[in-house]
Write a protein that binds this ligand. Structure first.
Ligand code: NAP
Length: 319
């Protein structure tokens, strides 16, 4: 039987590309940009499987346009899949998989990076030094929020939320509150809040770790931001559309919250000038999983899903 023909939608770590070539008849895009609509349509017709990723907007109209695709598998590179309409894909007989687990620790680490950078004003301090404007240490210079022992509120207590909570509890002696759709059996103390607003009101640091998409769009808007104590920091490592970016800009500009640390944005890679102009926000370019071994593990997991699917076995991470 002919080997399955697959499309890798981006350049990937060498080890992932090499294994893909061992397993399949591979086409790999050289561009690091999202697939265009025309590319998405043609790829559904030309390939048995596609490894898409963030930015490749496989929405319902794409599947409607193709009708009866040759493609039977979208093996997403990444755990977040809000760019793929999974129901619409399934209706056309396309299985969708993702790469949970491989991303958890690295993304939790980036959350800790942002918590510390935002609370301790690390980005602002670094800019001060680089600009040659540092006049020297003094007892009241650049005072930030002490993180050890504070209260963290985590919106979304899934894999990444729990990994953040563990780091905060064991590493920083913090007390943990969370919001999720269901109660969690956890191996550390944590209190579940009834709503994001209640969680925000009692947190020194509020971290967003829910998936993006229609259900969570603007879950954090002006009401939640107003509930936050004025010294509190908002950290978003999940998806940009979970936070109402305009409301966040207003809260930061008016100094209604202590600061924010963002890895994700509503219209990536566009970051509003109003945000870029503010000193009380730390801005990272979606670095959550940006380490070679993590991206390699993600690619290998996506290939595991492809290999199982085309061998007629259940893929490990079907959505
Ligand atoms: P996960 O294990 O599925 O956890 C998601 C959590 O969110 C669960 O606790 C879930 O509650 C909760 N949740 C889902 N929908 C909700 C809603 N409508 N209201 C309240 N809570 C809701 O996912 P994960 O592996 O931790 O990943 C979380 C997200 O992080 C991904 O979807 C992705 O978008 C993002 N991410 C970002 C990066 C980055 O580079 N910055 C990297 C990796 C992942 P239940 O448990 O009760 O269902």
């Amino acid at each position: 039987m002919a080997r399955p023909r697959i499309l890798l939608a981006r350049p990937l770590p060498d080890a992932v590309t090499a294994r893909a070539h061992d397993l399949f008849d591979v086409e790999q895009r050289a561009a690091n940009t999202a697939l265009t609509r025309a590319e998405m349509c043609s790829s559904l017709v030309l390939y048995d499987g596609i490894m898409p990723t963030l930015g490749d907007l496989f929405d319902a109209p794409i599947f409607d346009e193709i009708g009866n695709p040759r493609c039977k598998l979208l093996a997403n590179f990444g755990v977040g899949y809000n760019h793929i309409d999974v129901e619409a894909a399934r209706a056309r007989g396309i299985t969708v998989t993702n790469t949970p687990g491989a991303v958890t620790d690295a993304t939790a680490d980036i959350a800790m990076t942002l918590i510390l950078m935002s609370a301790r004003r690390a980005g602002e301090g670094e800019r001060l030094v680089r600009a040659g404007n540092w006049t020297g240490w003094n007892p009241t210079q650049m005072l930030g929020l002490h993180v050890t022992g504070k209260r963290i509120g985590i919106v979304g207590m899934g894999r990444i939320g729990q990994a953040i909570a563990r780091r905060c509890h064991h590493g920083f002696g913090m007390s943990v509150g969370y919001m999720a759709r269901s109660d969690k059996q956890l191996d550390f103390p944590a209190t579940r809040a009834d709503s994001v607003t209640d969680l925000a009101a009692g947190a020194d640091i509020l971290v967003i770790a829910v998936p993006g998409g229609a259900e969570t769009r603007h879950l954090v808007g002006s009401a939640v931001l107003e509930a936050m104590p004025p010294h509190a920091h908002l950290i978003n490592i999940a998806r940009g559309d979970v936070v109402d970016e305009a409301a966040l800009v207003a809260a930061l500009t008016e100094g209604r919250i202590g600061g924010a640390g963002l890895d994700v944005y509503e219209r990536e890679p566009e970051v509003p000038q109003a945000l870029r102009a503010l000193d009380n926000v730390t801005l990272l370019p979606h670095l959550g999983t940006a380490a070679l071994e993590v991206r390699t593990a993600m690619g290998m997991l996506a290939l595991d899903n492809m290999a199982a699917f085309f061998a007629g076995e259940p893929p490990p991470n079907v959505l």
